[in-house]
Ligand binder design. Sequence first.
Ligand SMILES: Cc1ncc(COP(=O)(O)O)c(C=O)c1O
Length: 444
Amino acid sequence: MSENPEPGRRNPRDRASEHWQAEQEVLGPGLQAVMLWSELCVEEASGAVLTDMDGNRILDLQGAGGVNSIGHANPRLVDALTTEITTAPAGAFGSRARRDMTNSLRRVLPGDLDRIQLYSGGAEAVEAALRLAKSVTGKHEFLSFWGGFHGKTAGSLALTAGARAKLGPLPPGYFSAPYANCYRCPFKLKPASCGFACVDHARSVIKENSTGSLAAIVVEPVQGRSGNVVPPPGYLSALKGLAEEFDALLIVDEMMTGFGRTGSMFAFTQDDVEPDIVTVGKGMGGGYPVTGVIASAETMSASPFSDPSASSSSFGAFPMACRAVAVVTDALVEGDLPAHAAKLGTEMLAALAPLAEEAPLVGDVRGLGLAIGIELVADKQTREPVGKDIVRKAFLALMEAGVLVMVGGNSLRLYPPLNIDTEQAHQAVDLIRRTLIDLPAGGA
Ligand SMILES: Cc1ncc(COP(=O)(O)O)c(C=O)c1O
């Protein structure tokens, strides 16, 4: 086996194959598609680069699904977590780590949204946000959006589009409306002149379905799983107005977008709106599993959410989690990484955008900051989505070329670390461009 400084498959997958098979003898099925397709076995992860067990290097723009915010094995995070686990990993008591985290978060929590409650999984935080909205409003219905993803537990699955066959019955009182996905506008309108017909339609959905108990509208500021769909400016504000019409709250799910990913610490601040509740996770821990619910002190004081033990979880605010959040937040602020994400994201998007003309399979390229989506279509006129087999072929071709991406539906999604260096990012863009331009319709 030789060490290869350049990304791309150079060595045969001898070790990785054997390793992968041995693991599968014990693991259950149903892991993420990209994990199963790639059969990637990681020997070493550093910054934006993964090295597999056969010495192949790959530029990691999958980033553990957006988790990798400050680079794999970031020395500052590794040192801090190593110290923490050998010092006081005693539970969610007061700790130096928690104090450091609260001090760090004071620098970034926006406006009145200055309280956070911690959890360890994304769906868990979304469920907590639903409980909080019920506590505040005394109501129990929720509106979410086509193409959205919020998790796989009962309430979060009911908010999530698709992925529900054979999993019913879902809880009652959950309805959905089209997202502002202008590439696939169900009303066949253009963003400049549509007057947010999708928001008007959402109003009708509520009126037709609600029993008068709408607790909240739940929305992603950029829809991740649909391929980082970016709604037009003013969309979140329009939804906030809609929520207010029904005396309901606006929950913005920033699991993917929060902590700098889209070029600002929180994506919603780019739309000049103050949500009532924000859910965060992924990049916030830089690889350590930690998520959270953010709201104002007044919102969070609602009972029963605020009752003792009513909003806690076993691992919420463990010292390790707090230390990870403190280190990541400080790194984002000190390195001005949201601004780096905004600048580099704009450059990457500009370089990738021509693929919609040049690459046979690419229908649309969009993104905000370092959340970029490339939608694959079978027909550029009708915009018919490609099937999973083509997405898989594109994913594997990119991996072969040396770039690991995330997928979602018929889209490829890019989530480089927010501190990726410019040269590495452009190298990845070049590899993606060359690979997709060469990939014929049909993906053969
Ligand atoms: C916007 C959003 N919300 C919630 C979740 C659920 O997170 P988890 O997979 O940690 O339960 C995800 C996961 O990708 C997400 O993207």
